[in-house]
Design a protein around this ligand. Structure first.
Ligand SMILES: Cc1cc2nc3c(=O)[nH]c(=O)nc-3n(C[C@H](O)[C@H](O)[C@H](O)COP(=O)(O)OP(=O)(O)OC[C@H]3O[C@@H](n4cnc5c(N)ncnc54)[C@H](O)[C@@H]3O)c2cc1C
Length: 393
């Protein structure tokens, strides 16, 4: 092994994409260090449940070792039931417009897992390589490597490369691409909530979209995945995700970092006329878990080009953030980890050409995914992005 290869690969952010990449490096015995902004995994609520596509599951299985994959698979919920039903939020009736279940994957089931569980499983065996409370603000190239620069002005050890996986506000992505990687604010807003599983009994098993088109400003919907087996246990919480067209859901002072009771109260108010079958989802919600989020999207026409840097690249939402429409953000992020992890394993660590090969392939599937999510969101939430004039987050 050359000196260069002994330097760790630096990874910015300890989210889903970064941790799965770390698994690939761990198994290939390539040294790495992760810098995560938060103080721990428990620092903030881990939020929503993710649905996994065939591509996403294949990517995860290709990285994990057999026991970790088994643990992951056993933790996933497998929902069959009636598939993806669209219901009128006021009448409770199934609407004529039946949405095909695009995310049914293995065994034709909807495979779902809580983001926090996925993160914990991906982190196993990597914990000692995570440096907490490290807010990456940029990087500098050295003669023979790269250093991450933190927001307090300090710098990391010299790494052989830096991989930016720190989500939609990625500074590494901005610096690497000279501002070409952009994330647009669609104007649509969402709230995520949780309630005891018993509150979901009125729905039954399946994946549901409840729609409310009663407002002149625009419609709101919620999506929820009700898994079998847990519906009689009030200690288990299920989640739901609410989305609203631009102008329908607004937070006090436009402050979308608001979490907890204020966010819960807004969700309760918006749904107060809904059918009694659905009311328990809001009346019984756990206020502390409620959170707003802005519905953002990367450049709809595709992942832009930038001059390749052999020592720096970006993965996950940092390079291709998507709207929740289609539920493919994490599924695309894990493909990046599997692809880059494989290329690094084959190269035995840093090697000129690896980031170029990764970016060439990633641009194709990620551009398709962003486009698909954006196109679906234009229909579902009435959003529209003008790449020249829409606001950037
Ligand atoms: C409500 C909701 C529902 C969703 N449902 C689905 C779904 O069903 N299916 C699906 O495929 N996708 C879904 N997504 C999208 C999915 O969650 C994301 O695509 C996925 O989490 C991206 O992973 P990531 O690792 O790139 O980023 P993240 O998971 O966001 O991780 C980024 C990490 O970087 C850290 N960080 C941020 N800034 C810094 C910094 N400056 N320095 C150091 N660390 C930093 C963060 O704390 C975080 O740990 C959903 C998203 C939302 C909001």
């Amino acid at each position: 092994m050359s000196d260069t290869n002994v330097k760790p690969i630096l990874i910015s952010g300890g989210g889903l994409a970064s941790l799965l990449l770390a698994q690939a490096l761990r198994l290939a015995k390539i040294p790495y260090t992760i810098f995560e902004r938060d103080a721990s995994f428990a620092f903030r609520a881990q939020g929503y449940r993710l649905r996994l596509s065939t591509e996403g599951l294949d990517a995860i299985e290709s990285v994990l070792d057999a026991p970790t994959w088994r643990r992951f698979w056993d933790t996933c919920g497998k929902t069959g039931g009636v598939g993806f039903s669209t219901l009128n939020a006021f009448t409770g009736e199934q609407t004529e417009q039946v949405v095909p279940e695009a995310l049914g994957s293995r065994d034709n089931k909807v495979i779902g897992i809580a983001r926090g569980d996925m993160r914990n499983i991906f982190a196993s065996g990597c914990e000692e390589h995570i440096e907490w409370s490290k807010h990456v603000a940029g990087y500098e190239l050295t003669d023979d490597g790269v250093r991450a620069i933190f927001s307090d002005g300090t710098k990391s050890v010299e790494g052989s490369m830096l991989i930016g996986g720190e989500g939609i506000y990625s500074r590494v992505a901005r610096q690497l691409s000279g501002g070409r990687i952009k994330v647009y604010d669609t104007g649509a807003r969402g709230i995520h909530g949780q309630a005891p599983s018993t509150a979901f009994k009125g729905l039954g098993e399946g994946v549901f979209r409840l729609t409310d088109a009663s407002r002149a400003e625009g419609s709101i919907f919620i999506i929820t995945n009700v898994r079998p087996g847990d519906m009689d246990d009030p200690d288990v919480n299920f989640g739901w995700t609410m989305g609203g067209q631009p102008g329908v859901i607004s937070a006090p002072n436009d402050d979308y970092s608001i979490v907890g009771k204020k966010a819960a109260d807004i969700a309760k108010d918006l749904t107060k006329g809904w059918h009694p079958r659905f009311r328990p989802l809001f009346e019984q919600m756990s206020d502390s878990e409620a959170a707003f989020w802005k519905i953002t999207c990367s450049t709809p026409s595709g992942v832009p080009d930038w001059p390749n840097d052999p020592r720096v690249t970006v993965i996950g939402d940092a390079v291709h953030s998507m709207t929740p429409a289609g539920g493919i953000g994490a599924n695309t992020a894990v493909r990046d980890s599997a692809l880059l992890g494989r290329l690094l394993r084959e190269a035995g660590g840093y090697k000129p050409g690896v980031t170029a090969a990764y970016e060439k392939e990633m641009r194709i599937y990620a551009s398709e995914a962003v486009h698909q999510s954006y196109t679906t969101a234009t229909k579902q939430f009435g959003v529209g992005i003008d790449e020249k004039s829409s606001p950037i987050v």
